[in-house]
Design a binder for this molecule. Structure first.
Ligand code: UGA
Length: 429
């Protein structure tokens, strides 16, 4: 099929590339001319495992093109996907101005029937607004259908999540666009759930909120474990093997972050409020998440007493492993919190150093994970990168002023660490 994707951020670029990979003809549109130039030259503006090779392969095969002209994208495709940012506003609601802008641009470019698919994460009822906007600004009498098709990609695993989705959600108002969307997704061999538009939009917010709830739940359990002398990982294993619960997203730590969960929770609470429901459960999920960071900082201050002029090594800056993304990163929040109390930070991340640098202007960025500990009073793990498990603990202990280790992601075994002579504190164990 002929497809266009408007917006080449994480979602748009991965979606467009994977659509090309399965044989569709794809035009990716972005209004940032420099980004388009970079993509045309085979570079990609983000770190996402496996993506660069796929982009280059599909550009070379002539299935993937980049342009800054919305009209070119729209006029050369049957289905137009909107994948532009929907950033949060101060009151928690979503800024839908990019979506509205694109809807107007599409309206101006429409010359024949198109299916317009919203892929950006939006509050329920946005599809109605998009349809209204296109109708209002389209001067010719062209037919179109609006579809909601939320994405469920995890950063760092986005290519795999798109190529092998566990489900595809398609919200439609009539059979014609449903048939076209089945054709778009046929090569992926995934279950396709066809719903009305409002339900599809709601599925996205409900899914992310549930996952965030799961994390806050296990963090709350971790706090009970600490008070009771139990081990949260064993509890998570014990409940997680119950298929109704599931083990994934039950890792306790310093809380969730990133560009999705915090924003989507706020947006869901806000839209629920606007349509008449006070979602107190999700407000508690937010509160537990914020509290989790405070509890971890307290662990550090209870041990180190005064943070002023203490040298602390922080491993991890990205909001989770396998990404260079530092947006709403708990690791960055932790660094800022420690720095505010006067600690001098030595920091390292396998991928996120460049993006973190402007956010932590006073920290020392160390290129080698094993050199972070040099002269430090304590080491802290803030992101769950697997490779931190390989840190040279013997060397770290030698080059630190005291063998103190705060593990915010429970990567090490407490008994082992104590045997090795560390004062070791983790979460819920
Ligand atoms: C999340 C969802 O997992 C995707 O399904 C969704 O498509 C995406 O948001 C989105 O809306 O675009 P992502 O933000 O990339 O994906 O990251 P996650 O892997 O979900 O992790 C989010 C945060 O939760 C991270 O800070 C991570 O460290 C934390 N987390 C995750 C935990 O603290 N414990 C866990 O057990 C799992």
């Amino acid at each position: 099929m002929q497809l266009s994707i408007i917006g080449t951020g994480y979602v748009g670029l991965v979606t467009g590339t994977c659509f090309a990979e399965v044989g569709h003809q794809v035009i990716c549109v972005d209004n940032d001319a420099n980004k388009v130039k970079m993509l045309q030259a085979g570079g990609i503006p983000i770190y996402e495992p496996g993506l660069e090779d796929l982009v280059q392969k599909n550009v070379a095969a002539g299935r993937l093109k980049f342009t800054s002209s919305t009209a070119e994208g729209v006029q050369n495709s049957d289905v137009v996907f909107i994948a532009v940012p929907t950033p949060p506003q101060v009151d928690g609601s979503v800024d839908l101005s990019y979506i509205e802008r694109v809807a107007r641009d599409i309206a101006a470019a429409l010359t024949s029937y198109k299916i317009i698919v919203d892929k950006s994460t939006v509050p329920v009822k946005t599809g109605e607004k998009v349809a209204e906007t296109i109708k209002r600004y389209c001067t010719s009498k062209v037919e179109f259908d609006v579809v909601s098709n939320p994405e469920f990609l995890r950063e760092g695993f986005a290519v795999g999540d798109l190529m092998k989705p566990d489900r595809v959600v398609v919200g439609v108002a009539s059979p014609r666009p449903a048939a076209a969307m089945r054709e778009v997704y046929a090569p992926f061999n995934a279950p396709i759930i066809v719903t009305d538009i409002n339900s599809a939009e709601l599925i996205k917010h409900a899914a992310n909120s549930f996952l965030a709830l799961k994390i806050s739940y296990i963090n709350a359990i971790a706090n009970v474990c600490e008070a009771a002398g139990a081990n949260v990982q064993e509890v998570a294993n014990g409940i997680g093997l119950d298929e109704r619960i599931g083990r994934r997203f039950l890792n306790a730590g310093i809380g969730f972050g990133g560009s999705c969960f915090p924003k989507d929770l706020s947006a869901f609470i806000k839209i629920a409020e606007q349509i008449g429901y006070d979602f107190k459960l999700l407000k508690e999920v937010q509160r537990i998440n914020a509290d989790q960071m405070e509890r971890f900082v307290k662990k550090i201050t209870d041990t180190l007493w005064v943070l002023k002029d203490k040298k602390i090594g922080v491993l991890g800056l990205a909001f989770k492993q396998n990404t260079d993304d530092v947006r709403s990163s708990p690791a960055i929040d932790l660094c800022l919190r420690l720095a505010k109390d006067g600690a001098a930070l030595r920091v390292y991340d396998p991928k996120a150093m460049e993006k973190a640098r402007p956010l932590l202007p006073n920290a020392t960025f160390v290129a080698d994970m094993n050199a972070v500990a040099e002269g430090c009073d304590a080491l802290v793990i803030a992101t769950e990168w697997d490779e931190f498990k390989q840190i040279d603990l013997a060397r770290a202990k030698k080059i630190m002023t005291a063998p103190i280790f705060f593990d915010g992601r429970n990567l090490f075994d407490p008994a082992e660490m104590e045997k090795l002579g560390w004062i070791y504190k983790s979460v819920g164990r």
